[in-house]
Design a protein around this ligand. Structure first.
Ligand code: ADP
Length: 277
């Protein structure tokens, strides 16, 4: 690994004492690289709908000027492209807002049951339209965690919307919550969203939470995706000392599980070692 070394020499009580500072530049370079890639990707994603808008405006000013049919068609495509730009900008702002708060621990008492139930209500019309049955299995009492209610709402909105968008062909969606058991008893809540759609090939699973990573860009666009949803989910969960586990058997559906510390237990991070199966 490339290292940067700086040495300063000091003399103390006649004996020579050398201080050497070694800093690992690999991590720093990786972060710089990631930031540069991100800006390039974001610009590219915004430029595509903008180019399309410009193209249609020029056509409307010229050849399509006197053609009302073409005008209507082009205007609706332009509205769609403007919508895509808006979704991208909203997601980019969401991501940067969460990043700015990355070092602050959100600490309000939140009942996730309330969050999930509200979310299900909002989801119902789309589920009905897609003829997907929502199977819900929640514990009797509250699901208490410490965090930011709006952010946690965003997490479940994103995961359920994805399950509906990408997994609708399975015609069924299971939303379940249960206490997760560790060495010190029930320490965290596990909330899982399982669909029975096409699932995700194993090679993609580790990369799904990367910004702009999509298994199939065309399908994501069709579904009004930006490729930022799961990156936002991951950032929010990290801030909550929680984590996201993704399992899928290709062809049989996908399951996204959130593991988050319970508020009625001592706060500990949900650690990888503890949870590996
Ligand atoms: P997008 O805006 O494209 O939906 P996300 O970050 O939310 O972006 O998801 C990243 C990619 O993960 C999606 O483009 C899709 O390919 C895949 N994906 C997410 N959820 C599911 C699911 N439930 N079933 C199959 N694929 C999924």
């Amino acid at each position: 690994a490339p290292v940067q070394a700086s040495a300063s020499e000091k003399f103390r009580k006649g004996s020579r004492f050398i201080l050497v500072t070694v800093r690992d530049l690999t991590e720093q370079r990786r972060l710089e690289r990631m930031r540069a890639d991100f800006v390039a990707n974001a610009s590219h994603e915004l430029r595509t709908p903008l180019a399309s808008l410009t193209g249609f405006i020029e056509t409307l000013q010229g050849p399509a000027r006197e053609d009302p049919d073409a005008r209507d068609r082009f205007l609706s495509i332009m509205l769609e492209q403007a919508g895509r730009m808006k979704r991208l900008i909203d997601d980019l702002l969401s991501l940067s807002r969460i990043e700015l708060k990355a070092h602050v621990q959100p600490d309000t008492l939140v009942d996730l049951k309330d969050v999930i139930e509200h979310n299900l209500e909002a989801l119902k019309p789309l589920a009905d339209e897609l003829e997907v049955a929502l199977e819900v299995d929640l514990p009797a009492g509250e699901i208490l965690v410490r965090g930011d209610k709006d952010e946690l709402t965003e997490v479940f909105e994103n995961l359920c919307e994805n399950a509906l968008k990408y997994g609708a062909s399975g015609k069924r969606l299971d939303i379940a919550a249960a206490a997760g058991t560790g060495p010190r008893g029930a320490e965290w809540w596990e909330i899982s969203i399982r669909d029975y759609g096409p699932g995700i090939e194993a090679e993609h699973l580790p990369r799904l939470t990367e910004r702009f990573y999509r298994v199939d860009v065309a399908t994501s666009r069709e579904m009004k995706g930006t490729g930022l949803g799961l990156a936002i989910v991951k950032h929010i969960l990290t801030r909550h000392r929680a984590r996201l586990e993704i399992e899928s058997t290709f062809g049989e559906g996908a399951c996204f599980t959130v593991k988050i510390p319970r508020a009625d237990r001592q706060m500990t991070d949900v650690k990888d070692e503890k949870l590996h199966k």
